[in-house]
Ligand binder design. Sequence first.
Ligand code: ARG
Length: 457
Amino acid sequence: MKLWGGRFRGETDDLVFQFNASIGFDQRFYRQDIEGSLAHVAMLAKQGILSKEDGDAITAGLKGILADLESGALSIDPTSEDIHSFVESTLIERIGEVGKRLHTGRSRNDQVALDMRLYTREQVLTTQEKLKELLHTLLKVMEENLDTYMPGFTHLQKAQPVTLAHHVGAYFEMFLRDLSRCEDIYKRMNYCPLGAGALAGTTYPLDRFYTAGLLSFDGPTRNSMDSVSDRDYLIEFLAALSTIMMHLSRFSEEIIIWNTNEYRFVEIADAYSTGSSIMPQKKNPDIAELVRGKTGRVYGALMSLLTTMKGLPLAYNKDMQEDKELSFDAMDTALSCLTLFTGMIATMRFRKDVMRKSATGGFTNATDAADYLVGKGVPFRDAHGIVGQLVLLCIDKGCALDDLSLAEFKAVCPVFDEDIYAAISLETCVEKRLTYGAPGPERMREVIAEYKKILQS
Ligand code: ARG
């Protein structure tokens, strides 16, 4: 049944109907649509806009529709225009004339604004849960790898030694910020647009504070025109999801590198890898690659909605129906990426010995050799030059700084002494990095204790 038609003489063209219809995708929030209607009816009855009997009949009818949709006894009619029409016409079919009173003081504009907000609000919470699971998994990896030395990189060149705990800790920080971004979005979006009507509110004495409370919002929205045409919350959430995907993608890229035959820092569990149809030796990091790849479509949803919204005059315009499909896809994508990425990390083996060996080559202790000279009174700029010469010598000899004899050290700079070896050992290089935020295990332990507190609160 169509919700409109009174002022039309002709029939809608079939193609137009299909082009205009949103039932194919807005059926996803049938539950939110019905919950919104239940709150609306309860308010109408409380305010005496509907009689108590009518309110009860509509409430029972809506509850029946919800139960039957959930059990599968009722299926959504794909020829309806949208989920709002489907629910309303089913209600009228089931309870008769009184069902026609449901839409009193309401428009599909505030209805869809509410439904999408209710749906998105749940998705924000689910994203928070998924982020927490990932954070707990990362924390476990950190606790187990405080002494797992590995090279830290800049320009993808070995730079200075760090620990795996510290490297993973960098991602912990990123995902923690993502979590707090979601919390901020939730706070800002948690206001109820129901009662804004088509755009200008209504002359019925609606109690918008009451419906907002019934639907667990912090209150009603304050401007009816904004209420029906605001999609900022969705843009913010898509931006947050894009940032999550960007972080997942960076980490995936590292895992792909660490998993190469050349690095061999990690072994991805069989359950999270796939093989090749032709090359029997292959075990590929497809999950990490897919996460990296799917980042594009989440960014796409954000760009799409920003562009859809940019030229829209107040208030509701049908363009806004385009807020749904790509947003749903972005939410599904980000949630499944978070789930699979967490599973992959939880089951991945870190090859501590390979990481350690890699940290000992590549002159990751060159800065520490320069710092050693500074400790003996040499100005840092001079020390930098001296160690640079030693590195050149090592490259010619094909050895590490630690392999040079004391005579070779002294030949370049007489300040070097026997204690240089301890000063540039991998242990010293890592353990002595104790500034707040540095990889030294003693410091990391304190930071991990902070992380635990944060996750508990
Ligand atoms: N399907 C529409 C949407 O998603 C619902 C609102 C329809 N409002 C209207 N004035 N045609 O935006």
